[in-house]
Design a protein around this ligand. Sequence first.
Ligand code: FHN
Length: 606
Amino acid sequence: MENTGAKGERVEPSAKLDALAHAVIGAALEVHRNLGPGFLESLYEEALCIELKLRGIPFVRQPGISVAYKGQKIGESKLDLLVGGMLVVELKAVDVLAPVHSAQVLSYLKATGHQLGLLINFNSMILARAIKRIILSQSPLGVLGVLAVKSGELMKTLLSITLLAVMLAATAQGDNTVYKPNWESIDKRPTPAWFDEAKFGVFIHWGVYSVPAWGPKGSYAEWYWHYMNDPKHPTSKYHPQTYGERFKYQDFAPMWKAELFNPDQWADIFARAGAKYIVLTSKHHEGFCLWPSADSWNWNSVDIGPHRDLCGDLSKAVKAKGIKMGFYYSLYEWYNPFYQTDLPRYVDQHMMPQMKDLVIRYNPSLVWTDGEWSHPSADWKSVEFLAWLFNESPVKDEVAVNDRWGKDTRSVHGGFYTTEYGQVHLGADLKLAERHKWEECRGIGASFGYNRNEDEEDYKSPTDLIHLLIETVAGGGNLLLDIGPTADGRIPVIMQQRLLEIGKWLSVNGEAIYGTRPWRTASEGDLVRYTCNGGAVYAICLKWPGKELILTAPKPSRSAVVNMLGFPGTLKWREKDGKLHIEVPPLSVDEVPCRHAYVFKLTGVE
Ligand code: FHN
């Protein structure tokens, strides 16, 4: 057995790597012990994935690569894992067609955009090395390791696979790739695996606008300052009528007291909601900072208003719950005089120092920019910032970013693509899931900031929101659901209720959401949405399916097993007219495991 680094150097284990390697090998041994000698390899693969999951070792299972030559299948990889953004490929072809294998692995990488950590599991080290040479000469992404084992040494093979997976993950976490300040290079950085696995986050719009907290129904209340200055907008009438002609927007700042703000209570709600990440507006278009920014004197939450470091306090509480913390940051500021008169100065002396300060102070896992549309990314110096973020910052390996970096970037450059209330920027009709990781953001009502003008009927119901989460995840996206806290520091009770209802549903059905991938078919009619993970396919019914659930897409093998999440035991099924008929248990209202949507887990189906 041999394990070498990309340029022939050995991959040296670090302490972190050692710990991970132990964890994974422990998992592999446990599986081996449970299955006993003579186990089937396919069973091992399933069991290993379950064990890795139980131990909280992050990985994503990939469909295997099939290798064909002149139309004939000559080999197939079985257990491919995406660990820390690196692809681990296990090839089991035994022939000497190295160029064919290499070409197919390369085209697979090109199609998926994955970075390569290649495991070649051959009988011949010579062949393995030949393939590595070819791939190295053609792929800028490189090969981290090759491995060859003798046939018959199954256990050793399996341990080696898991060990290499961990080494690749650890190497990817300490990735030494240097990103250049141009989009070609920046766009090569994979979105960190945690982001895709997380699926559900909570967005928080909290600012000076939370004091008036008003907008016409259907509008964004966080735009209050802008709208009060627009004579055509109803807010320009509402404001003087309510607060008087002489009351300036800035006068709201001391009224933002946040006296009831309890970050631990917020974090507890987020954890119970099943949210895996949080994005807080560190600064919205009004320019007010929720941390003591030296570049925003007297227009930040420590100097005025709450007199608290809101970014810092919430960060601590959220991280203590094991939830990732991220910051929204608006590139533009409506009324910043430098922004209005001297953009280069604004960018160099205000925006850039602020963004770096946020990252260095709070080590966020996510930098979520916005307000980028007025200028091209070159004017914002976005690639310069991103190169710093990915090469030098304290969060360089873990940080995820979105696509809002200039008027040229949405759904084109940066990290994950963003939709807002289902809209792609400029209304472009992109089939996002097929192209790129994406995230939908929206409020529970029609606004991001709290709008006191909204009523119960303006809010989406728990069922609507859970269905939105399911639809989004089945289509390859994440849902970033927004809440608008009040100026006194509370999450409005109706928003708490919605979050907790989602959490209740996820506590039963999270297996069909977290860490899953879109299945080959995203939906079947109005009733069913699909996700998958490892060997399992999840058919998520948006309504109770009645006595029998009939599915057209999944093709069951004879050993297929059907369960309903939250219900003990297996369900009866049969195949008739090429369709899968599942007997739904006749449950009383007290017995149904959850409300809103019901998950049927299928294993042994194609
Ligand atoms: O104008 C903002 C809006 O207030 C809100 O912050 C959303 C969140 O995605 N983004 C902007 C518009 O794209």
